[in-house]
Design a protein around this ligand. Structure first.
Ligand code: GLN
Length: 205
């Protein structure tokens, strides 16, 4: 039995290093993924924050779009933050022309949803499945983030914004072994969300 699962971070663009560090600190062996052979060697995959249109284009350039889509569809555990959430959504609003997503989550996301006034902001959140987050909320950093506009019947809402102009907006979801957050736990120094994902990967193995 191998206690440390191997988790890949899609390393085409975005905050790859931060996710690698957060995964290592959470008990995983973390590896960058840029090619199909590397994808085939991981037990789970993280799609980082960055720019979803750029990552979409690079996925095609690196011939990773189809293998990654197929792997997630076949059940590879996946976690996406911000741009990564957009990539995991089945449906996208306010996407760039021709922008495609990998899918995996039966949700509709709205890209750059929070608008100019609350373009980037920080707030504290209780996140279902994150131990202790009622007493010790997760500090969530949002940067030109999407929100989840609609969820399908199999999707569990893990967190919604609790106060301010965006109160009530869904910002964390899970469906089977696929998790997504609008915010960036990889830059807050709080590893509880990464630990939750590492546990999902371990449970599956
Ligand atoms: N606005 C970006 C996009 O559309 C996401 C921003 C982020 O990942 N911080 O992909």
């Amino acid at each position: 039995m191998n206690p440390a699962p191997t988790i890949g971070v899609l390393a085409l663009q975005g905050d790859v290093r931060e996710h690698l560090a957060a995964l290592e600190a959470s008990g995983a062996r973390a590896v960058p993924v840029r090619r199909e052979s590397e994808l085939q060697a991981v037990d789970g995959i993280v799609l980082p924050g960055g720019e979803s249109t750029t990552i979409d284009k690079l996925l095609r350039t690196f011939e990773l779009f189809e293998p990654l889509r197929a792997a997630i569809a076949a059940g590879l555990p996946a976690y996406g933050s911000c741009a990564g959430m957009i990539l995991l959504a089945e449906r996208i609003l306010d996407g760039a022309e021709g922008q495609r997503t990998l899918g995996g989550l039966d949700i509709t996301v709205r890209r750059n949803a929070f608008g100019r006034q609350v373009d980037s902001f920080e707030t504290d959140l209780e996140v279902r499945g994150v131990p202790d987050s009622a007493e010790h909320p997760l500090h969530a950093v949002f940067i030109r983030a999407p929100w989840v506009e609609e969820v399908g019947p199999g999707v569990e809402v893990l967190a919604s914004v609790e106060r301010g102009p965006a109160a009530g907006r869904i910002v964390a979801v899970r469906e089977r072994d696929v998790v997504a957050t609008s915010f960036h736990p990889e830059i807050s120094g709080d590893q509880r969300l990464h630990r939750m994902f590492v546990q999902i990967v371990k449970d599956r193995g």
